[in-house]
Design a protein around this ligand. Sequence first.
Ligand code: IMP
Length: 427
Amino acid sequence: MNKPKVSVVLGLQWGDEGKGKILDVMASEADWVLRAQGGNNAGHTVEIGSEKYVLHLVPSGILRSKVSCLIAGGAVVDPGGLIREIEGLTQRGIQTRSRLFLASQAHLVLPVHRAVDRGFEKKRGRSRIGTTGRGIGPAYSDKMARIGLRAGELALPPGELAKRLRERVEAHNRAARVQGWEKISATGTIREMARAAKFLRPYLTDGVSVAHRAVAAGKRILIEGAQGTFLDVDHGTYPFVTSSHCTAGGACTGTGVPPTAIRRVVGVLKAYTTRVGGGPFVTEDGTLGHLLHGMGREFGSTTGRARRCGWFDAVLVRRAVQLNGVTEMAMTNLDGLDGLEKIPVCIGYRLRNKVLREPPVEVSDWEKCRPVYRMFEGWCEPTTEARQWGDLPKKARTYLSAIKELVGAPLGIISVGAGREQTFRHG
Ligand code: IMP
């Protein structure tokens, strides 16, 4: 057997770290990109020249014509959303047939799931999670409750698929009466899925066999994580998380690729911090948010929401480095800090007269933590033209070197803008 060449690329903060862009650059040396988890709650933005692509479910590798892509079994798939994405790519001249595969093991996101997502959020009122409203949590709940439908069921004889869908929708409508959720039309769902089945059937495959054949053949594989470490259902700021495993473990369970095949874990992170939706955020700073939004930065690519912004949090990222076994980091958005005279970095959390070096377990404690900052001098000049480490202002290099030390992982890649050419390797 050939030596496995598998790399995992995942987010070290709360998502939106720029994984799409880093994956696109890394995909120039890949044969396969496998999307491990999440659904069309994700939004991976890639800019190529004057063209901008926002991908939700389709792996970023699709933009490189020699790369094959798999939406693996750990993902949840809204068939309508996926079809719209495929059609959008086709219209822009990007072929997906024979290059994009959908694992039969992936669970389906149905209209009932979006209704439950909306219902739960409404009930939570002010303490809502701030989900993307794409039905992701309820689809994963059905999977865990062992009542979900999988993508492979789209290949069933139409009558059998209709029967299973009708049962699921009727069960929803019975619960909806009690819970006050929106009711869903069984006929509408059946019609929608019948159309989706026709379109998506040629893409269906056994995701695990595809992944293992690629590993055994020594293909260069990137496993694409969606969201970020602190949105992981086990390791994030629960309950303000998504419903999948965004950490390195999720890359294995989501694709069926074993941990022993993974050679490299690239943790993507921003030079500051952002999050969308509710939940604790120790270094949040409205002034920084105002500044970044004023530059047209930090608006969500899936929902268009303005992201919450804050300073770099080394307590958080150090934990993410441990959780994921990061072998190198890819730092994005350094240019977002170009105009600042002083740049704080959080090195500890103050909680009840103690300084914590690790995040607390309970969200109620997390919300009470106050940041302990170390101040760095800003470089006050553009970094967007830098093409190598030596081109960066000295103060920017000091900032990056300090972050490396604080979080305990090497820095492999630096990005100073949205373009492919604005990314370079460190050293
Ligand atoms: P859900 O994944 O739609 O259930 O949303 C749960 C939480 O995860 C919310 O706070 C969302 O804003 C957040 N979230 C989900 N997907 C992303 C993403 O791709 N980037 C950033 N935040 C996300």
